[in-house]
Design a protein around this ligand. Structure first.
Ligand code: 9YW
Length: 439
């Protein structure tokens, strides 16, 4: 009884601490990922944040998503960053003067009154909107939440399935390593190596003021990120016109698109729109995911490089995320769970699930997406394990997330073997997703 009581006390303390982080990172209309490192609104961060925030204030969680959707472009894209005009330009690179979203005339319909980036991030938003609705359906109905967000979310998915199907095979491509949200993953090394770096000295990184260079992407990575973004910008962010030096179909990005398409079907049913269209799209994309990204010999989902039209070898955490896809064949799910438990990810043994194959030469337990454990991917893997009835493994992962969040003061990421926090602390999605798993 005493142990149970202290468990309850610990949970209450963790809940209070997580709420404190989210309240501290709230700007009045949205949540910043980190006051220090990322002082604007990020797209998939906001989606994850709203999933936690719904347990504190369903209304604020709705607001979070509405603010993001308010910056949507006319062509349907949801930008990866919505800039806060009161933050000095030098606080984050690349700043609005680099992206120039509002200033130029173009057909993409970038908003005139708010500055944004021109690239996107993984489509978690419809899934988040549905989960936010479920937290308090009465409040959601009262505010007409789903009614208002449905057309925007549907336009977002139309953009991804039409303008971003660069391979023509029914999946959405990412055109910059920032788009899958896994910036410097070894999975992008070969594709990125073909990109001519921007000249040294043509940009100034702001991220190094807040983190150790050993934990961050390198200068050479950044020089290539800058080149890709500038090329896209200089072609008016037009997907058909831009010569894409980097174009990849990523398993995590597409798994989230499918899960979100199912969520959109559920939303459509509530608002009286056509549910069937969304279900059919989700099923077609699931078929394409299996055809194009499943590698039976590897027992894993691999990204497809559209420049070479070949699958990218290697085991990144992105390849585990299709576990969240409804209707995934059971033998495929079983193979993924085996790989997660095996020496490459050591699920349940190391602290959270690492972002890259522990046995690979490229693995680096400190450097951002080249090995460290992240809370958003752990939350997604947890969701996938629950879906496939792996309740033991899911329970252990949940306990690890809560323990690590608490111990590190809501770190951005962890060294997978020691569990030491890396990057910034008081990171929003760490707090939000811990809160979700507590509830
Ligand atoms: C960047 C905000 C973002 C995350 C990404 C992460 C990093 C770098 O930070 O991106 O400058 O956008 O890789 O997943 O959304 O937390």
């Amino acid at each position: 009884e005493a142990a149970a009581a202290s468990g309850t006390g610990r949970r209450a303390r963790l809940r209070r601490a997580a709420a404190h982080v989210l309240l501290g990172n709230w700007t009045g209309t949205a949540t910043v990922p980190s006051r220090a490192l990322y002082p604007h609104q990020w797209s998939w961060d906001s989606a994850f944040v709203s999933i936690g925030l719904r347990h504190l204030s369903p209304r604020r969680a709705q607001r979070e998503l509405e603010t993001l959707l308010g910056a949507q472009w006319g062509d349907g894209r949801i930008p990866h960053i919505v800039f806060n005009p009161s933050v000095p330009l030098g606080a984050y690179f690349p700043s609005p003067d680099f992206w120039r979203s509002s200033g130029t005339d173009r057909d993409t319909g970038a908003p005139a009154t708010v500055e944004t980036s021109g690239i996107v991030q993984p489509p978690v938003q419809a899934l988040a909107a549905w989960l936010v609705h479920l937290a308090d359906p009465a409040e959601s109905r009262r505010r007409g939440f789903l009614q208002r967000v449905y057309p925007r979310l549907a336009a977002w998915h139309r953009y991804l399935t039409a303008s971003r199907d660069l391979g023509g095979g029914g999946l959405a491509a990412v055109v910059h390593p920032w788009e899958p949200g896994l910036d410097n993953s070894p999975s992008w090394d070969a594709a990125l190596a073909r990109v001519e770096p921007a000249p040294r000295g043509s940009f100034r990184r702001a991220d190094l003021h807040h983190g150790s260079p050993a934990d961050r992407p390198t200068d050479l990575d950044y020089a290539r990120y800058v080149r890709l973004a500038a090329t896209y910008r200089d072609h008016g962010y037009d997907d058909a016109r831009t010569p894409h030096a980097f174009a990849v179909e990523d398993p995590c990005f597409n798994a989230l698109l499918i899960a979100s398409e199912h969520a959109l079907a559920a939303i459509a049913r509530v608002v009286g729109a056509d549910e069937g269209t969304h279900r059919r799209r989700a099923e077609a994309a699931t078929g394409a995911l299996l055809d194009r990204l499943w590698d039976p010999a590897a027992g894993f989902f691999l990204p497809r490089d559209l420049v070479t039209d070949e699958r990218v070898p290697g085991y990144g955490v992105s390849g585990l995320i299709p576990l969240i896809v409804p209707g995934l064949p059971e033998d495929v799910a079983a193979a993924l769970v085996r790989t997660a438990r095996g020496p490459r990810f050591r699920l349940g043994e190391v602290r959270l699930v690492p972002s890259y194959d522990l046995t690979a030469e490229e693995f680096d337990g400190n450097r951002y997406w080249r090995g460290p454990s992240w809370f958003n991917t752990a939350w997604l893997v947890h969701r996938g394990l629950v879906r496939h009835g792996e309740s033991g493994a899911a329970g252990r992962l949940r306990a690890q997330v809560l323990d690590a969040a608490h111990r590190t003061g809501f770190a951005e990421y962890l060294e997978p073997y020691t569990g030491e926090g890396r990057g910034v602390r008081r990171f929003s999605w760490t707090a939000a997703l811990a809160l979700d798993l507590l509830s």
